[in-house]
Every structure is written in structure tokens, then in C-alpha cells.
Design a protein around this ligand. Structure first.
Ligand code: IPE
Ligand code: MG
Length: 243
């Protein structure tokens, strides 16, 4: 096991967040800086997703959510969007083949505009990992928090109309149960790379009490050290103040 992960696990004073959510940002700039097309950065960005997934699973994180494509990202060039969709399709197949790691995979977001091939691979991966008892890996793809809240509101109204629930019973827990993250712990720690200090329509309801950690480094350069620093910041360890 990597020594950073080992040390974090050995440090009894460190509390591991139950739910970590990461905005993987800066793939395009990372590639452009090196004189490559943006798509090169997206491809490179899959490596830290795999590494950090493994690390979080070893650390005992319950839920890890990656924001890989927002409902706003459709306004990118067709070429970039098409590349990303192909990459996501391959990624879900890969995740399925890594099921031995006992990780459960779930897609959060809407399926509108996703290709039937991608939807099919997402479903296959979700089904084949649904009985795994380890960490839940949420892939927020075609996700937007406002869209999720609108969707939840519509479903609540529908269930009131159908008399499945009573309007008097609406409370925070009930609203939570209509989110894509139904049944999951709230977000404890949000990490965002590339120096952008924005939330970008990500898990607004779920991260009401989350701590935020930012780094100027681009997502393809995200290493165990970054994860360690973010977790230490979450634990208020001295010397790990925000940049
Ligand atoms: C994040 O990197 C990945 C996706 C949103 C798919 P970006 O593509 O946002 O990279 P920058 O921010 O333009 O550098
Ligand atoms: Mg970006």
C-alpha cells in the first residue's frame, strides 16, 4: 500500500470523511499547457480517478463522487463532447472489469442526450456491481444540482397527487430521499482542482455542511499528496490551511 495512505490510516487522530466529492477540473488547460489537444487532458484525467478511487476505498471512505460532466458541459465543441462520451463508455466498461475491488458503481445525473451505448454500459456496470459491499463510487455525468432539485420536486408533487405521501410530511429527510443520492450520507468534503473556487451546480443540497478544499493544480496532476492534504484540512490539522 502507498505510504501516504498507510500513514493516514495509522494516524488515529485522523477522521476519514464519509463522503468525498471531487470536481475534476483543469484537464483542458493541463493539455494545452503541454501543447496537446484538450482531449489529451481528458484521457490523462482518468488515471487519477482510478488511483484516488483505490486510495479512498482503502481509507474506508463510504462514498466517493466524481463530477465528470455537468449539464452545462454540452456547450463544448461536438468534437470534445463526442470524445468525452466515448471515454466515459470505455471507463464504465473498465470499472465493471475492476469489480473485484468490491466497489459499487452508480451514475448520478440524467440520461437525456446520452447515447444508448453509454446508457447501456452504465446500466451493466451498475447491475454487475450492485451487490458489492465496499465503497460506493458515484459518477456524476450529465449532472446538475438544480436539475436534480427540479426532478425531486416534480417527483414529490407526483407522489402527493398519487396520495403516496402527505404534503404535511415534507421535511429535509424526505427531500433528501428524492435526490439521486437517496440514502447516502451528506457530502463532508468537496475537493476542486485547477484553482477555480466555485461550486458549479454540484451537490448543492448534499453539501450544505461540507468543507471545501481547493488546489491550483490541474486534475491530471492530482496525487495522493493532494488527497492527504485535503483530508488533513478536513481534520483541521495545522499547516494544512487552504491555499
Ligand atoms: C474537467 O476539465 C473535465 C470536464 C469538465 C469534462 P475541463 O475540461 O473543465 O478543463 P479546463 O477547466 O477547461 O482546463
Ligand atoms: Mg473546467
Amino acid at each position: 500500500m502507498n505510504s501516504i495512505i498507510k500513514n493516514l490510516l495509522a494516524d488515529k487522530k485522523i477522521k476519514i470523511p464519509k463522503h468525498i466529492a471531487i470536481v475534476c477540473d483543469g484537464n483542458g488547460r493541463w493539455a494545452e499547457m503541454k501543447g496537446f489537444p484538450r482531449t489529451f487532458g481528458h484521457k490523462a484525467g482518468t488515471k487519477p480517478i482510478e488511483n484516488i478511487t483505490r486510495a479512498c476505498s482503502k481509507l474506508g471512505v463510504e462514498v466517493l463522487t466524481f463530477y465528470v460532466f455537468s449539464t452545462e458541459n454540452w456547450n463544448r465543441s461536438d468534437q470534445e463532447v463526442n470524445f468525452l462520451m466515448k471515454l466515459f463508455t470505455e471507463f464504465f466498461i473498465k470499472l465493471r472489469n475492476e469489480a473485484r475491488r468490491n466497489i459499487r458503481v452508480k451514475h448520478i445525473g440524467i440520461t437525456d442526450n446520452l447515447s444508448s451505448e453509454l446508457i447501456n454500459e452504465i446500466k451493466k456496470t451498475e447491475t454487475s456491481t450492485e451487490n458489492n459491499s465496499g465503497m460506493l463510487l458515484n459518477i456524476a455525468l450529465n449532472y446538475g444540482s438544480r436539475c436534480e432539485i427540479v426532478n425531486a420536486t416534480k417527483n414529490i408533487v407526483h407522489d402527493i397527487d398519487m396520495e403516496n405521501i402527505n404534503a404535511d410530511k415534507i421535511n429535509e429527510d424526505l427531500v433528501s430521499s428524492y435526490m439521486f443520492t437517496s440514502g447516502l450520507p451528506d457530502v463532508d468534503l468537496i475537493i476542486r482542482t485547477s484553482g477555480e473556487m466555485r461550486i458549479s451546480n454540484f451537490l448543492l443540497w448534499q453539501s450544505a455542511k461540507a468543507k471545501l478544499w481547493f488546489t491550483k493544480d490541474f486534475w491530471p496532476d492530482f496525487k495522493y499528496d493532494h488527497l492527504e492534504e485535503a483530508i488533513k484540512y478536513y481534520n483541521k490539522v495545522k499547516g494544512c490551511e487552504i491555499i
